[in-house]
Design a protein around this ligand. Structure first.
Ligand SMILES: Nc1ncnc2c1ncn2[C@@H]1O[C@H](COP(=O)(O)OP(=O)(O)OP(=O)(O)O)[C@@H](O)[C@H]1O
Length: 255
């Protein structure tokens, strides 16, 4: 079933066309990795798919309904959006922040239930943040704060997760842990869109890839058809090789 579909989508910042006439459909259980150079438009694209950035042309459908017709509260039940920035302008504990993931599911005057609290704590524990509940968000390290924001997106329990660089600032072990969590979510039927700067994350969690070339051009489809050393060399304007070791393949920059 199509969760999100985009039709002839064109996105522009100022005079610069970032994405031109993009067409793709994300269905249940797919995981898309979005790759491209700094400034090519990855965050702008996620922002458009989340309903915040207004496309210059084309349209987006969520569950077959034009995105502009889906009220924000309803939208938040279908898609969770982890942005690139984790700053919070006022004091907030880790648990309070994580519980904001439940807000789309609560009535106007409704407090979070014991089940909501348990769910939030469970997501924190999956990302190695047990015992952090009462810590002020501002006191966390960059990587810890990033994991809290991923835990918040998970707590939202939306069928579609738009994750803007969820692994940035995470050390090697916590990256692997988060990738395992995303694989588990996908296996459970959730759809994931993940922006990354590491093409090797693709093989670890993605079924599909979207490459943004920064000049409006794009390439999208099943991972094996889109991702190769030629397409990545063109994407990054830098030669990339494919190295095989122990039955696995790795993309590495040529020295
Ligand atoms: N309000 C704005 N006015 C003009 N240009 C903007 C505006 N907001 C963003 N841009 C530009 O649009 C381009 C795309 O930005 P975007 O944040 O989508 O890139 P990105 O691919 O996510 O980059 P990164 O990998 O660095 O996170 C960038 O060149 C950025 O400077």
């Amino acid at each position: 079933m199509s969760l999100l579909s985009v039709h002839n989508l064109t996105l522009q910042q100022g005079d610069r066309v970032l994405v031109q006439d993009l067409n793709l459909t994300i269905t249940q259980g797919e995981a898309w990795i979005v790759l491209g150079e700094n400034g090519c438009g990855k965050s702008t694209l996620l922002s458009a798919w989340a309903g915040w950035f207004k496309p210059q042309h084309g349209h987006i459908e969520l569950n077959g309904v034009p995105l502009s017709n889906v009220l924000p509260a309803q939208r938040a039940k279908v898609l969770a959006w982890q942005t690139q920035h984790d700053e919070c302008p006022f004091p907030l504990s880790v648990l309070e922040k994580t519980l904001t993931g439940r807000h789309p599911h609560l009535g106007r005057w409704q407090w979070e239930s014991a089940a909501d609290l348990a769910l939030a704590r469970e997501q924190l524990a999956r990302l190695d943040l047990q015992g952090f509940d009462q810590r002020d968000l501002a006191s966390l390290s960059g990587g810890e704060r990033r994991r809290v924001s991923l835990a918040t997106a998970l707590t939202q329990q939306a069928p579609l997760m738009l994750l803007d660089e969820p692994l940035s600032q995470l050390d090697l072990r916590h990256q692997q842990q988060a990738l395992q969590v995303l694989r588990t979510e996908r296996a459970a039927g959730r759809s994931i869109v993940m922006v990354s700067h590491d093409p090797n994350h693709a093989a670890q969690c993605a079924t599909h890839a979207l490459l943004l070339f920064g000049d409006g051009k794009w390439s999208a489809g099943v991972l094996a058809e889109v991702l190769n050393s030629e397409s990545l060399s063109r994407l990054y304007h830098y030669p990339v090789s494919l190295v095989r070791q122990n039955g696995k393949s790795w993309f590495v920059p040529q020295q």
